[in-house]
Design a protein around this ligand. Sequence first.
Ligand code: ZN
Ligand code: ZN
Length: 339
Amino acid sequence: MAPLRWLTDPPTPARAVAGVRRRWQQRPAWPRRWRPRGQDVVLLYHRIADVDEADDPGGMVVPPELFRRHMTAVGDWFDLVPARDVLRSHDRPTAAVTLDDGYLDNLEHAAPVLRDLCIPATFFVVADALQPEAPEYWWDRLEHLLVEPGPGADRVRVTAGPHTLDLDLATPESSRRAYDGISAVLQRQGHEVAAEVLATLEAARPRQPSCARHRRLSAEQVRALAGEELFDVGSHTCTHSALAALPGPAAREELTSSRQRLADLLGEAPELLAYPYGSVGAVLRRNARDARSAGYRAAFANVAGPVEGSSAFAVPRITVGRWSLGQLHAAVTAFRQPA
Ligand SMILES: [Zn+2]
Ligand SMILES: [Zn+2]
């Protein structure tokens, strides 16, 4: 396995001491030696839906019309291959398209565009979310509880793992700040911590438990997508927890059990994994080792970078937002050698 450059292990006492010594010595910071260069990239989208930016507090939505423009453009700029093939070496700039979290809008709005343009894509789905009665993801519930107007307390104190947050929900602006604050914390926690936060908020601010726009793909729909030549389904774990926050056995279970459940559904075990949140701090080196032991062939992160030189178990991805074609072009060519 190539070096997992941005992945780290938990701090050991020796390392903590070294950190203190470094700070104490106040040495000037050296420029980073490792500047990844390459022309192959993996794009990451979440939801493809007609949702205004103001109603998208997590910044997860790209409207279908814009998604079509993005896909048309990347089809002009790159050879597009399935994510499982992006790690091979290519003569021409090559890209792969991935969509995380398995929202129903992936089938309704993304798949038709991809079929029209004949673009392969991998959908990373969360095994628990395929259950018919599965609750919405915590960030969607949080949107209902904090951003949606309605009755309930203006001030709520929540405990999220080691953090206690006093939330000011008196105005739309302060509520939005509360949403951002809790989201940042929960992206580094396991699902049980998120469930506790939601239970506290639900007691203080009753809201509808679900809605049409946050619906996810059913198991049957995932199977149908996986049956299409252009498409592929990968694992995004069972519970969408930050693996780094889980004890070792629980983190391994997320990887093995989701793979087995998808194998049962699809008749074939998924080869690819996408780490939930996929950021530095949400994934540890040991999680990458466990992904390999679990039988995956590659695992994808949410850290921008080129594919070249990356480990197969920490493949960088560029998380795409509501970008103009100029912004998209700048992001997907950012790692090429300067002319
Ligand atoms: Zn909802
Ligand atoms: Zn995700």
